[in-house]
Design a protein around this ligand. Structure first.
Ligand code: SF4
Length: 439
């Protein structure tokens, strides 16, 4: 059973989907850095693609994603045209180099665009970039998902889908502006299974307004009855000063820090008790799932989509706000769709922010990833090791970590503290307070 150490969770910490994190991105990089990174890709180098659709049919009040209402057909069509042009820019620059093994569609909600547009987008990416049998994954909003969408997922060979579920409690759904009856999720799961989707993920949340352990228990039970292959359980971060749409959420109904911790522990206990393997600090997977196998084999990785078994060193993001990751740089496209249009329309990549990773960034990044994915990291190469050890002393005193020389290993009950432990290795993080609480 996890033990609650409030002092060790008091400091807001990043999720470390990259290192350095997006908070360190600056505007000293541009389209030329993207072009240079693409030029350096080898003929057979493995690449994963991410395409961002920044639109949703309905906007949820808690959502921190870069998305807007898909209420104007012309706006969607114009965006998809630019995305096509960005694909053309990429095709031209790569000139046949690189091997694309995975294509992920996220957002927003990729199913906010017409099915025909989705099918032609997949077709265009696969044929123009000459992808041989890529793994296709799509984030789906169950609201409005129907047989037509299931058919297009089947036709495109999509095998992985992530569903935004969050909670099955109707009262809480109303409080967060995302009403979706359990029958809609059941119908969506049945359609996806029928369409040959072999890996279904549910995103769930704790720390929601009015949520208590009974409500979370009911949600977990309902979710388990649908047998998803994976689950991700995130704590709701209420930051209305950063995400104005969250002002509609009643902050007085939010569980306090101790209740949030109890809910995180509850979800972990229920899901592992049901046979799921805990993956990192917030994912769970059935033992046969590729994510669980990667965790077992010690090959689990972390990227902008969370924990992953994807081994590609290069992730190319297309669309407004998407981030591309190369071993030596992180490059983000314009978040603003208007400016994204202008850049692509002018025939250049839409890179607007990012950074070049230093050798030290890469050493620290590897150690942070190992801490979060394997629960153990060799810190021999980390500059200022003694300072790091000092910062980790409170975690050691609480029995959450142990040392073998310069290797730190997290104990079995250290999962909720993993981000805090990782942040001790982060040289950018020794002052700021710009992140969410670890639990
Ligand atoms: S459907 Fe997903 S991306 Fe769209 S507003 Fe809701 S949470 Fe955000």
């Amino acid at each position: 059973m996890w033990k609650y150490h409030p002092a060790l969770l008091a400091r807001p910490v990043p999720r470390y989907t990259s290192y350095p994190t997006a908070a360190e991105f600056g505007d000293s990089v541009d389209h030329a850095d993207m072009a240079a990174a693409l030029d350096a890709i080898g003929v057979d180098e493995r690449i994963s693609l991410y395409l961002h659709i920044p639109y949703c049919h309905e906007i949820c009040w808690y959502c921190g994603c870069n998305t807007g209402a898909a209420n104007r057909t012309s706006r969607l069509a114009a965006y998809l045209e630019r995305l096509d042009e960005e694909i053309d820019l990429l095709v031209e620059r790569l000139s046949g180099r690189g091997r694309i093994g995975r294509i992920a569609f996220g957002g927003g909600s990729p199913n906010a665009i017409p099915t025909t547009a989705f099918a032609s987008l997949v077709e265009r990416v696969v044929t123009r970039l000459r992808c041989a049998d890529p793994v296709l994954s799509v984030e789906i909003d169950p609201r409005g998902f129907d047989a037509e969408w299931a058919a297009v997922l089947e036709a495109t060979g999509t095998t992985r889908v992530s569903l935004g579920v969050q909670t099955f409690d109707p009262a809480i759904q109303s409080r967060i502006g995302r009403v979706q009856p359990v029958e809609d999720i059941e119908r969506t799961v049945a359609l996806l299974r029928g369409a040959g989707v072999t890996s279904i993920n549910f995103d769930l949340m704790y720390g929601l307004p009015g949520q208590d352990e009974a409500s979370l228990a009911a949600t977990l039970e309902t979710a388990l009855a649908m047998a998803p292959d994976r689950l991700a359980v995130f704590g709701y971060a209420h930051v209305p000063h950063i995400i104005p749409r969250q002002r509609r959420i009643d902050a007085t109904a939010l569980p306090d820090a101790a209740a949030r911790f109890a809910q995180a522990a509850q979800a972990h206990g229920v899901l592992t008790g049901a046979g799921y393997r805990a993956i990192g600090f917030d994912h769970f997977a059935r033992p046969g799932d590729a994510l669980a196998q990667a965790a077992e084999a010690g090959t689990l990785r972390r990227n902008f989509q969370g924990f992953t078994e994807d081994q590609a060193e290069i992730l190319i993001g297309l669309g407004a706000s998407s981030i591309s990751a190369f071993p030596d740089r992180l490059l983000q496209n314009e978040k603003n769709t208007g400016r994204y249009h202008l850049a692509i329309g002018a025939g250049r990549f839409a890179t607007s922010r990012g950074l070049l990773r230093t050798a030290e960034d890469r050493v620290r990044g590897r150690a942070i990833t190992a801490t979060l994915t394997a629960g153990s990291a060799d810190l021999s190469d980390i500059p200022g090791f003694e300072e790091v050890r000092e910062r980790l002393a409170p975690f050691e005193a609480a029995g959450l970590i142990g040392w073998a020389g310069r290797r730190v290993t997290l104990g079995g009950d250290a999962l909720p503290y993993a981000r805090g432990i990782a942040s001790a290795l982060d040289c950018y993080r020794q002052q700021g307070h710009r992140f969410s609480s670890a639990v």
